[in-house]
Ligand binder design. Structure first.
Ligand SMILES: Nc1ncnc2c1ncn2[C@@H]1O[C@H](COP(=O)(O)OP(=O)(O)OP(=O)(O)O)[C@@H](O)[C@H]1O
Length: 584
């Protein structure tokens, strides 16, 4: 059954010991079973009244005071079981969900960065918060309540069967059909629920993008279009929600009617078996049956409600399971050490979802040299850089640092050797200093300022009212594009890694910032192995090597002068950028 499968997976993923939780569930079940004890006592007492000799009652039971005491004892026992059961369920479930959440975040941390990039931030945040919270609900309440309710119903039925099996049979007659009806809607409910969740996540992500992009949308007067998109998305969500109610609510209604139909069967059986003159029913059994009918039907109706809740929660589990199934980057048992910091691509091929975008790429970047990757739009430049940053691993071939395959170095060593400055600068909502120290937390203040000077950002930081302590705002939004970019260069300088990846870092800033950034980059590039993607070819004229890509393949390699002499794709791109009069 899907629910049990989900529960088992959560337990296994959490790595926690589920025994406390299971014991808690057991105690909660016992507590509900104890609800039947007063009925048992009352039945024994009532049954003993007309013919005491025919019933082997304990001598103390007919005494009303002893009976009251026994009832008090039952209440006390119930209270103790409920208290400890609930406590263990809470403790156990927080352990399980705590472990699950911790491991999931760890897993997401180890996921290939390319996968993380593909997930919309809103969707991922929704999974890590709302979906996990729904799982928490299963363990803290729903699962234990569901099992306890089932125990209560079964105990009541067993007690009735002990008093008169024919009446128990009558009450239970429609139950198999009721269970089948409930189960029948489950698969359709699951499918409709997954569709709804998918749409919900899209709507959430769309909303996050809408809010984030509001300034641009307003500027271009496109908010109306987006509102219509959002409207359509939420309209679809409403439609799917109604579908869920149909698949969730319809079978549950049928189940309720059938379970309650058991009472009608019971009354019919009492009427039939109790017909004079050959009545075979004991009055105490009839009374017990009438009292217990509610104790069977009530909890079984509760069970249906809990099952619906469990199914909703399990859909969250299924979504999270998809996240779990993303394979993390493989880590070597014993990481090898690189022999220098030269880089080599050896017959590297890569595909996005089966669509190959890089074919058989091989080239060498000697240590402390600058290699530029150029080519027309869509030729695979960023993908190549992303493979270097291990956003993904190549499908074929290998990328080596200092003669060692990236996979054999392990991600800690690989990222330790790497600094990246991308066009999209990522700053966090902390102070400027916090953001710089991401590069090297232990750096001295003098080293931080030296990095800022080298990255041409000392002046603007000193001019800020709170200097280094100034908060940059979410995503660094309180700074200009050029300032953000220079901060990211200072961060890379502070890290002082031997291999540097640059992706079009001057593309999005004004000419004054461009020359400041270029100066900072030149300082950063000295003494390092640098691989950079460039659109504007005049920024890479002095590169030691230029690799030209066309449709995911290397079209040509060489220096600026060699490539111009060859008159191939690079010469065409250069001519297009320089204008006909400067082409050669
Ligand atoms: N995450 C992705 N999923 C699927 N396809 C992708 C993804 N990223 C890039 N592509 C495709 O891979 C090909 C190479 O893209 P890439 O961004 O590497 O080229 P590029 O040379 O950097 O382009 P540009 O100069 O326009 O930035 C393109 O066809 C692109 O559509």
């Amino acid at each position: 059954m899907a629910i049990l499968r989900s529960l088992r997976r959560i337990l296994a993923r959490s790595g926690a010991d589920g025994r406390a939780f299971l014991l808690g569930v057991g105690l909660r079940g016992l507590e509900r079973v104890c609800e039947m004890l007063p009925y048992l006592l009352a039945y024994l007492w009532l049954a003993s009244l007309p013919a005491p000799a025919s019933f082997p009652l304990p001598p103390w039971l007919p005494l009303p005071a002893a009976l009251a005491l026994a009832l008090l004892g039952v209440l006390g026992l119930q209270w103790a079981l409920a208290f400890h059961g609930q406590r263990l369920c809470f403790l156990g479930s927080y352990r399980i969900i705590g472990g699950y959440r911790e491991r999931l975040i760890d897993h997401v941390r180890g996921m290939p960065l390319g996968n993380l990039q593909r997930q919309r931030v809103g969707q991922l945040a929704d999974s890590l918060t709302d979906d996990v919270r729904r799982l928490e609900g299963i363990f803290t309440h729903v699962a234990a309540d569901c099992v306890a309710a089932l125990c209560a119903a079964l105990a009541a039925l067993a007690l009735l069967a002990w008093a008169d099996w024919r009446l128990a049979l009558a009450l239970a007659l429609p139950l198999p059909l009721a269970a089948a009806v409930l189960q029948a809607g489950a698969a359709a409910f699951e499918r409709a629920g997954l569709r709804k969740h998918g749409r919900y996540r899209e709507a959430a992500a769309l909303l996050v993008e809408f809010i984030g992009g509001l300034p641009t949308l307003r500027l271009y007067d496109r908010t109306g279009d987006w509102l219509r998109r959002l409207d359509a998305c939420f309209g679809e969500l409403r439609r799917l929600s109604l579908g869920i109610e149909k698949w969730g609510g319809g079978p549950v209604m049928g189940y309720r009617l059938l379970v309650e139909g058991g009472v009608a069967c019971l009354l019919a059986a009492i009427a039939w078996l109790g017909l004079p003159p050959a009545s075979t029913l004991a009055p105490a059994a009839v009374l017990l049956a009438l009292l217990l009918a509610y104790k069977v039907v009530g909890p079984l109706l509760e069970v249906a409600e809990y099952l619906v809740m469990l199914r909703y929660a399990c859909q969250s589990e299924i979504k999270l399971e998809a996240l779990w199934r993303v394979r993390p980057l493989p880590e070597p048992w014993l990481p090898r050490r690189p022999n220098g910091h030269g880089v080599r691509f050896e017959r590297v091929s890569f595909a996005y979802a089966g669509e190959r975008v890089l074919h058989d790429i091989s080239f060498t970047v000697p240590e402390r040299s600058l290699t530029a990757i150029v080519g027309p739009s869509g030729s695979g430049k960023s993908t190549l850089l992303h493979l270097l940053a291990r956003f993904h691993d190549p499908d074929e071939g290998r990328i080596c640092l200092g003669g060692v395959d990236a996979r054999a170095l392990g991600s800690a060593q690989w990222y330790g050797a790497l600094s990246m400055v991308f066009q999209q600068v990522q700053l966090f909502d902390g102070s400027i200093e916090d953001n710089l120290r991401l590069g090297r937390a232990q750096a001295s203040d003098a080293a931080v300022w030296a990095a800022c000077r080298a990255a041409d950002c000392e002046a603007f930081i000193r001019a800020l009212p709170e200097g280094m302590r100034t908060r940059v705002g979410e995503g660094g939004l309180s700074l200009s594009g050029g300032e953000r970019q220079r901060l990211s260069i200072a961060r890379a300088l502070l890290k002082d890694a031997p291999l540097l990846l640059l992706d079009e870092v001057t593309a999005a800033v004004d000419p004054a910032s461009q020359s400041a950034i270029q100066r900072a980059l030149n300082r950063l590039a000295a003494e390092r192995t640098v691989i950079m993607v460039a659109h504007r070819l005049h920024t890479i004229r002095h590169a030691d090597q230029i690799v030209v890509l066309r449709q995911g393949r290397i079209a040509e390699t060489g220096t600026h002068a060699q490539l111009l002499r060859r008159g191939g794709l690079y010469a065409e791109l250069w001519a297009a950028q320089s204008g006909p009069e400067q082409g050669a």
